[in-house]
Design a protein around this ligand. Structure first.
Ligand code: ATP
Ligand code: MG
Length: 369
């Protein structure tokens, strides 16, 4: 059997980009041989194995045939006579369809190196159209490499538009769509993801509220402030604010959008809390003590202090001025936590009177911020 490094690792090595995960393809082997050599099968009917020591994925060379809708509607044919070139031909982009042998030889049957040099995201073959997930993947790679000058090749964009003109995108699961969007948000140029999807006529179908982001100055101003350490959920929340804050019933719609997409609870909550908090933080100094306390209670910030740092981050991204309202909010929460009900009870407060005294002290503290 011959083993080749394939996919992203080969691409990123050539780009001098950090390589995070390595995918391998095995030519000329049977599943039985793999198991005999200590590899662990990933599933019973999928020709992918895990290396016993490195944990990396080793896939048997395979061809595939479209047999149904969506990205899972494929029949795989893995056998020792499938060649490396055949395996590479089923891959999405030429820059993802290169392999490196154990002796370091580069195998590049579809012009991947040339497309790396000319910075083109180009499909390998017309079979590209068989998997709608590739529309999202290409948009995501565009978001990752836009700063290097990469663009989607015109014929590839045409194929993406062709996919979007059928019902294929509707067969992607919500989880998979969110997974791609979440990854795209963490890339260097997240807005490129939405721009490319728009050019492919797929944005309206996939993420209707996010059509607002295309050619949007505010969104660009926000994205320009993203750094390597800006968390994905913070990026999402700030961009959602741009998409939802002018809508009527924004909160319910944003909530529904996040539930439809199956985002994590934390991500949904931060997006909604940002929608609620940002307008108030913007006019913090003119808020009444009662309003400040109501905001803190609405977001449950005293019991859920972990909510504060990401909320400060998302609202800071949205702020035009150099306001310190987020910090004031955090300091205020800290002070409010200093109210000690036990000490008040020792002083003789109980029942309704205790509640009233706590509220009175809370308001008094809010007056100071
Ligand atoms: P990343 O750096 O994000 O891991 P990657 O290119 O390695 O990028 P993977 O999702 O790890 O992407 O997939 C490994 C390889 O498998 C890809 O480079 C590509 O050749 C192929 N591939 C993965 N998904 C698809 C798909 N939906 N259609 C065609 N080829 C695919
Ligand atoms: Mg990979």
């Amino acid at each position: 059997m011959q083993i080749y490094l394939v996919g992203g690792a080969v691409r990123d090595e050539l780009l001098n980009y950090p390589v995070y995960d390595k995918d391998w393809v095995v030519v000329g082997a049977t599943p039985e041989e793999m198991i005999k050599n200590g590899y662990r099968p990933v599933g019973s009917d999928f020709p992918v194995f895990i290396h016993p020591k490195t944990g990396e994925e080793y896939a048997l060379a395979r061809t595939e045939r479209k047999s149904g809708k969506g990205y899972s509607g494929f029949q795989y044919h893995a056998s020792p006579d499938v060649t490396l070139e055949e395996d590479l031909s089923r891959r999405d982009l030429t820059i993802n369809a290169m392999a490196k042998s154990s002796s370091g030889e580069l195998i590049d049957p579809y012009g991947g190196q040339n497309d790396l040099a000319t910075k083109q995201l180009r499909h390998v073959s017309p079979a590209f159209s068989e998997d709608p997930l590739r529309v999202l993947r290409v948009a995501r790679f565009a978001a990752r490499y836009a700063h290097l000058g990469f663009t989607v090749a015109a014929p590839t964009l045409k194929l993406m538009q062709a996919i979007a003109s059928t019902d294929e995108l509707s067969h992607l699961t919500k989880e998979r769509i969110w997974q791609e969007m979440e990854r795209a948000l963490s890339e260097r140029s997240p807005l490129t993801f939405f721009n490319v999807l728009e050019q492919a006529n797929a944005l309206e179908q996939l993420f209707p509220p996010f059509t607002t982001l295309v050619n949007n100055d505010k969104a660009q101003q926000i994205a320009a402030q993203f750094t390597d350490t800006t968390e994905t959920k913070v990026r999402f929340a700030a961009l959602c604010y741009v998409c939802f804050h002018t809508l009527s019933e924004a909160q319910t719609k944003l909530d529904q959008f996040c539930r439809d997409l199956r985002t994590q609870n934390q991500t949904r909550e931060l997006a909604i809390h940002t929608l609620i908090a940002h307008p108030q933080l913007q006019c913090w100094s003119s808020l009444s003590a009662e309003n400040k306390l109501a905001l803190i209670k609405q977001l449950d910030l005293l019991r859920r202090p972990e909510r504060l740092p990401p909320l400060q981050a998302s609202t800071r991204l949205l702020s035009d001025t150099n306001t310190n309202a987020g910090e004031l909010l955090a300091n205020l929460c800290e002070e409010l936590k200093g109210i000690n009900p036990k000490a008040l009870m020792n002083d003789g407060y109980k029942g309704a009177a205790l509640g009233e005294e706590i509220a009175k002290r809370q308001i008094a503290i809010c007056e100071l911020f």
